[in-house]
Design a protein around this ligand. Structure first.
Ligand code: IVH
Length: 669
């Protein structure tokens, strides 16, 4: 279709508004629009662009994510190499740096300026990127690589919201290169690792590795989902100084780290360094030192570079945080996927502001490499790493008569023989009825992003398994208050609550059920993608690997894992049982108008005749919405037996309560 001037204008207006809103949110940290409003305008732009593809421009906010997964990245040489920085540990090494550059100037016969200043910036622990803007529009993003050649990861770079797709310059130069650091905030790193843990994937050791790994992800959708950020720190333009370069970067739309300081003397630099050694603990991202740069670009040019480093800058590093402690015990932990992780349990020790008493030993190779033994004195480290690790064993301090630690050959929980598939680092328990695997599965099933069953945490899962009340996820749904009330420290009231919460979980949508099953690689996002393409369990269970892998966003590994899961008879039986129980194993078509249009319902407790899925279907067929929690926006709460906290909440809020009979009457009436 060809657009009209009015449409072209609307598209431009939408684009400008969205760019402004996104800049206010991601760079200025000062939102100007509600998320919902942004989403609506974004969708309008998306719709117009899909009707009139000619109107799409590379700087449109819709172009941040969209490219298909790449098969590989292309290496490209940097126009100007990306140097790294020399490190200084301690004030005396830092002083030596100053002496070196002064001496160099002397040797070159260049007079030492009577007055020079330093720019101090935090050294962000991430991954360097070089961005190229042509006529003000982002055209390329390349990793540092070895400094000479990097990888073109443009589609991934575009997903970083704090990187402008278009510079805020009226007459942009034909080509402009910007450099800076892409990084993951600590909270985002923890979220990603939490998700990976629940998918049985290996964890990222620290935010830096996670950022680097994310940037090299072939699928930009995954990159967009992991909220990377970017601080710009340099650009190639003939300006006077680093300080003015930082200000300019900020003016043209970049996020520049605000914790920078212009220092006139080494004492001031030292004060900055010490201040941030404490204050960095309150920052939402990791910094491992201070980058000190001579401010004047003229002076920088006179000093130039050695083979590897600029002479005019230094990374003044904080020491890695290490501490000695004693190993009390080495244990192995059995995860939900059966993965065995060796762990050292140690005398508690203070490290980077927290008390640490366990450290991961990763896998059996690492255990033999370290030759770690009971009673050993070890050095543990948290250098950026959030998860402490054992770096070294001080063998001189080893007590006499110790034996090398041998990894168990049998599962500590169920006694079955452990397997380590060829070529894999991980040892596994493959007994599907192992209580550790069952425990992990129950905890995952009940977790917030899955079926969200409050009151079913680790302790409860252990009790239920120990007492023989639960042998599979499906057993949860036949638990009675009487059975639960007999458990240790469980009163009638909490037993009722838990039964209610379990019953309520039947209203959770199909995508959450799929996620809750804990199939390897199927995290929250993949579960949503899969349930959009396979709207019911029958279709998903009968899909072959290539059907699965043809879904956008689903790679071969995930496809195989899902396919294999459904080939196991016990898993198919489980799905059959869950279906009979009334869990949501399909996403129903939404009805737009009916008797209940615009009305919001919540179901709680067990209804006398209708299964939860049936009640939900009836309500949705009449145009109503069924939600999982009661709020002031809820119109009706349908109450069955052993109703949980939702009933209490409804009473507090004065929401109309309905019995099953009243619900049916309303529908018939
Ligand atoms: S300036 C030629 N400034 O540290 C000067 N680097 O060890 C190049 N980094 O590869 C770097 N924050 O990835 C500079 N404020 C900052 C930085 C910074 C982090 C990283 C950068 C570089 C590495 C050098």
């Amino acid at each position: 279709m060809t657009s009209t001037p009015a449409i072209t204008q609307r598209v431009q207006q939408l684009r400008n508004t969205l760019i402004k809103a996104s800049y206010a949110y991601y760079v200025l940290d000062d939102p100007i629009m509600e998320d919902g409003v942004y989403d609506k305008l974004y969708r309008e732009l998306q719709d117009l662009e899909s009707q009139y593809p000619d109107l799409i421009t590379p700087d449109s906010p819709t172009q941040r994510v969209g490219d298909k997964p790449a098969t590989a990245f292309v290496s490209i040489p940097h126009n100007i190499p990306l140097y790294s920085l020399e490190n200084a540990f301690g004030f005396s090494e830092f002083l030596q740096w100053q002496q070196r550059w002064l001496k160099y100037l002397n040797g070159q016969g260049i007079p030492i300026p009577s007055n020079y200043d330093y720019v101090c910036e935090l050294k962000i622990d991430g991954s360097a990127l070089a961005l190229t803007y042509e006529n003000g529009v982002l055209v390329r993003g390349v990793t540092r690589g070895d400094g000479i050649t990097g990888e073109d990861i443009t589609p991934n770079v575009k997903t970083i919201r704090s990187i402008p797709l278009k510079l805020h310059i009226d007459n942009p130069p034909p080509v402009l290169e910007i450099r800076g650091e892409a990084f993951l905030p600590i909270s985002e790193f923890e979220r990603i690792n939490g998700e990976r843990e629940s998918q049985g994937l290996s964890l990222f050791a620290n935010p830096r590795n996670a950022a680097a790994g994310t940037l090299r992800q072939l699928d930009p959708k995954i990159v967009a989902h992991r909220r990377l950020q970017f601080f710009a720190y340099t650009l190639h333009l003939p300006l006077a100084s680093q300080w003015s370069a930082l200000e300019y970067l900020q003016q043209i739309g970049f996020l520049v780290n605000p914790n920078r300081q212009l220092c006139q003397s080494l004492e001031e630099v030292e004060a900055y360094f010490s201040r941030w050694d404490t204050e960095r603990r309150n920052l939402p991202y990791l910094t491992d030192g201070v980058v000190v740069k001579l401010n004047s670009f003229g002076l920088q040019e006179q000093l130039g570079f050695t083979q590897k480093f600029p002479r005019w800058a230094i990374a003044y590093k904080y020491p890695a945080e290490e501490a000695p402690t004693i190993v009390k015990e080495i244990i192995v932990n059995v995860g939900r996927t059966g993965a065995i992780t060796p762990m050292a349990i140690m005398e508690p020790v203070q490290l980077a502001g927290t008390t640490v008493q366990r450290a991961t030993l990763h896998n059996s190779d690492r255990v033999s490499q370290l030759d770690i033994r009971h009673g050993d004195t070890v050095i543990i480290r948290k250098a950026g790493e959030i998860i402490p690790e054992v770096v070294r064993v001080l063998t001189d301090l080893r007590p006499p008569d110790t034996e090398p630690y041998l990894m168990p050959t049998r599962c500590p929980e169920c006694g079955s023989t452990l397997l380590r598939p060829k070529g894999e680092a991980v040892t596994r328990c493959v007994n599907s009825s192992c209580s550790a695997i069952l425990r992990g599965s129950l905890i995952h099933w009940a977790s917030r992003d899955a079926l969200d069953i409050r009151g079913l945490g680790e302790k409860m899962a252990i009790l239920l398994i120990e007492k023989g009340l639960v042998r599979s996820i499906a057993d949860l749904y036949s638990l009675t208050s009487q059975e639960l009330a007999q458990l240790d420290r469980m009163g009638k009231k909490s037993a009722d609550k838990l039964v209610g919460a379990i019953a309520d979980s039947k209203a959770q949508p199909w995508s959450r059920v799929l996620y809750g099953l804990g199939i390897r690689y199927v995290g929250g996002t993949n579960a949503k993608i899969l349930t959009e393409s396979f709207p019911d369990v029958e279709r998903l269970a009968s899909a072959n690997v290539s059907n699965l892998a043809s879904v956008y966003g689903i790679g071969d590994e995930i496809a195989e894992s899902v396919y294999n899961w459904f080939q196991i008879e016990a898993n198919r039986d489980l799905m059959q049982k869950l279906k009979e129980i009334g869990l949501q194993l399909s996403s129903r078509d939404k009805v737009t108008a009916g008797k209940f249009t615009g009305k919001s319902f919540v179901l709680t407790g067990t209804l006398p005749t209708l299964k939860r899925g049936e009640a939900q279907e009836l309500i949705e067929k009449a145009g109503g919405k069924v939600s999982g929690s009661v709020s002031s926006k809820t119109d009706y709460v349908v109450v069955g037996e052993s109703a949980g906290s939702k009933l209490e909440k409804a009473q507090q809020l004065g929401v109309t309560l309905l019995t099953e009979t009243q619900l049916l009457e309303l529908l018939d009436g």
